[in-house]
Design a protein around this ligand. Sequence first.
Ligand SMILES: C[S@@+](CC[C@H](N)C(=O)[O-])C[C@H]1O[C@@H](n2cnc3c(N)ncnc32)[C@H](O)[C@@H]1O
Length: 244
Amino acid sequence: MVDGTSRTTAQPPSRLVKGDELTGHSVVANSTMNRERVLAGGNSYTRELGFTPTEFLNSDDHGPAPSWLDLCSGEGLALREAAQRLPRASITGVDLVGPLLRTALPEGLELITADLGRWSPRRRYDLVTCVHGLHYIGDRLALLERAATWLTGTGLLVAHFDPSTLRRPDGSDASRPVLAALRAAGFHYSARHHRLSLQGGRPITLPFTYLGADPHAGPNYTGQPAVASYYGPVGPGGLRAASG
Ligand SMILES: C[S@@+](CC[C@H](N)C(=O)[O-])C[C@H]1O[C@@H](n2cnc3c(N)ncnc32)[C@H](O)[C@@H]1O
């Protein structure tokens, strides 16, 4: 069923999509989604993350020049505020859709327009966040694996994560084995807040093969249409499918 309606029964879509076909889909490249969270207040990173990023970065653990990488950064409004408050910080935002606001960026902030299925940083960060972005990433487990290596030894990764949008090849719920593998790799998952976190960078290998994504899966817990990601077991010889 690839007709734009929600799927309620365990049934795989007739076709899974990947790569540019997924990132070009209106559910993913959608400028009407909530991309304008600010640092603090009602529609904010502080509210969604459960802590204030600038306070975290300001702690003695991260030295005088802390660093923050925000995945799926949207308009980057929270990052602009943080860069103004922490002039010695290095802050990077990455989003598929560049910021519509074209005013000059504060010192220390870069906003990169790129597909996170392909982009990688050249350095490590004290804080890596993904505020309601993984819902739109096809191979979100590969992104989590890669992001775990982008953290410093004392760094913190926090990302919103909806296990109910992880599917097996037959369309059934893959949340239990995926959460078990993430926990075994060192992640903590708060079901109440739909937040996945990892303290300390490390190499991680999750035992799943990405098969593709369904952009017609319907709304997730946020109420917004999201992408369902399909995974099978690791293939013969431990090979994984290409990301996308
Ligand atoms: C719900 S918005 C959240 C934006 C921001 N974190 C906020 O809270 O204001 C999700 C963002 O994910 C971005 N996104 C979706 N797929 C992406 C991809 N493959 N690579 C990078 N960004 C992506 C979208 O462009 C969108 O800006």
